[in-house]
Design a binder for this molecule. Structure first.
Ligand SMILES: Cc1ncc(C[n+]2csc(CCOP(=O)(O)OP(=O)(O)O)c2C)c(N)n1
Ligand SMILES: [Mg+2]
Length: 422
């Protein structure tokens, strides 16, 4: 059984330390701005807070590279900001404006960006992003991209069936996948000790034979160092890794919930451990941040948020006639659904669908399906089908993926729909 691990704190460059600080402050200010907007009745739907959990979203997303993929949950606005989503998209989306990424069709952070930022949109069903992001990681390997996929889950969400199905899939497929389990002690009004009979949720990893870490989720540098180590291990082919970040949900489940069920002593304990306050102390002691530097960040953030909030407030709501558009796909007059092959079509369809994986992972070589074809997704240490065929481990990695074929240009109608739908 792999034991739970602790990563040593990494020494960051001055710029990296300051980046973490900037994004944590930005995360908090974006959410504070939205709280004010909510009280003015300008937010459509619920508003969730990650107050006190900013180090987790920011520290973990900061460990990802541009090519990597992620799917945030409701308390991960910080990870959206780190990945490059502008605050204005977050404001317009929460206000259901026509200028938002979903053109006002959806709220909260239910939007993604598959093309540029590699963000899969969150979905409400807790845990479902785990198999989805496992699939992203598996696809990345199949396509020869050395990407890592990351998502987040709560203490409550870690008791869903799909959490376990997903993690088992990730483990058995050795997917380059990192799961951040935010143990903020509460799921709605249920304290973690009343819904899980184990002390450390990181122990769930043992059931799947994968490594896990426990980290102080209110310590930005510890969070980043742990996530970075996990991301690099996953990228190196070690398979999925679970990180339990211990923290506390400082507000109610959402704005409607005053959370009076939370014991005052628990709240006080964690308020003294505010991640931004702790990080400021550290940066000041290390002489990385002084009063002038702090003021500089505040001015920069205020100016950005003022501009983006005004843009969102001045944006129109979707026109009424748009309500019926983009809801159901009606076929060709809506858009053509085309697979995005990425590799030559002949290579990924039978009988030639037995292409070599371009990124072979130790102990995870080529396998055979029951029909004795090479499996498109490769299963563990399956023995070669015949004696004359060398095993995967002795074979050299396959050549890089062939260039994808030039795609036929889309008909005018389908090109136009891209604009209409998103
Ligand atoms: C499968 C599923 N069950 C129930 C819900 C309703 N629900 C939404 S958030 C939530 C509590 C989640 O608690 P936790 O996972 O600890 O995350 P936190 O809110 O603390 O960040 C529940 C029960 C849901 N969205 N999906
Ligand atoms: Mg929770």
């Amino acid at each position: 059984m792999p034991a739970t691990e602790t990563a040593a704190k990494t020494k960051l460059s001055r710029q990296q330390y300051l980046d973490l600080y900037y994004f944590m402050r930005l995360n908090r200010e974006v959410e504070d701005t939205m709280t004010r907007l909510f009280r003015q009745n300008k937010i459509v739907g619920g508003l969730y807070s990650s107050l006190g959990q900013e180090a987790i979203s920011v520290g973990s997303a900061y460990a990802l590279e541009k090519r990597d993929w992620m799917a945030p949950m409701i308390r991960n606005i910080g990870s959206l900001l780190v990945k490059g989503v502008p605050p204005r998209d977050i404001f317009t989306q929460h206000m259901a404006k026509y200028t938002s990424p979903t053109k006002g069709k959806d709220g909260t952070s239910h939007f993604g960006d598959l093309e540029n930022l590699h963000i899969v949109s969150p979905i409400s069903m807790l845990g479902d992003l785990i198999p989805v992001l496992t699939g992203v990681a598996m696809a990345g390997r199949y396509l020869g991209q050395k990407i890592v996929a990351m998502t987040w889950i709560g203490d409550g969400g870690s008791s869903t069936g799909v959490f376990h199905e997903g993690l088992n899939l990730a483990a058995s497929q050795k997917a380059a996948f990192v799961l951040i389990l935010e143990n903020n002690q509460w799921a709605y009004s249920t304290p973690v000790r009343r819904q899980v009979p184990i002390e450390n949720l990181a122990d769930r990893a043992k059931a799947y034979g994968i490594p896990s870490y426990i980290v102080d989720g209110n310590d930005a540098v510890a969070m980043y160092s742990t996530a970075k180590e996990a991301v690099e291990r996953a990228r190196a082919g070690e398979g999925p890794i679970l990180i339990e970040a211990k923290t506390f949900r400082r507000r109610g489940h959402a704005q409607h919930d005053p959370a009076e069920y939370v014991p005052a002593e628990q709240r006080e304990h964690w308020e003294k451990r505010d991640p931004i306050m702790l990080y400021e102390k550290f940066l000041t002691a290390e002489k990385i941040l002084d009063a002038k530097g702090k003021k500089g960040f505040e001015d920069k953030i205020n100016a950005l948020l003022e501009k983006d909030r005004e843009f969102a407030e001045n944006s129109p709501m979707p026109p009424p006639e748009f309500a019926s558009e983009g809801v159901y796909c009606t076929g060709d007059d809506c858009h053509k659904i085309r697979p995005k092959w990425e590799r030559p079509i002949s290579e990924v369809t039978p009988p030639r669908s037995s292409v070599e994986p371009v990124w072979l992972v130790e102990g995870f070589g080529r396998g055979k399906t029951s029909s004795r074809e090479n499996a498109p997704i490769h299963f563990g240490d399956t023995q070669p089908a015949s004696a004359d065929e060398p095993s995967a481990k002795t074979k050299s990695p396959a050549k890089p993926a062939a260039k994808p074929p030039a795609r036929k240009s889309a008909p005018a109608k389908s090109a136009a729909r891209g604009k209409a739908r998103r």
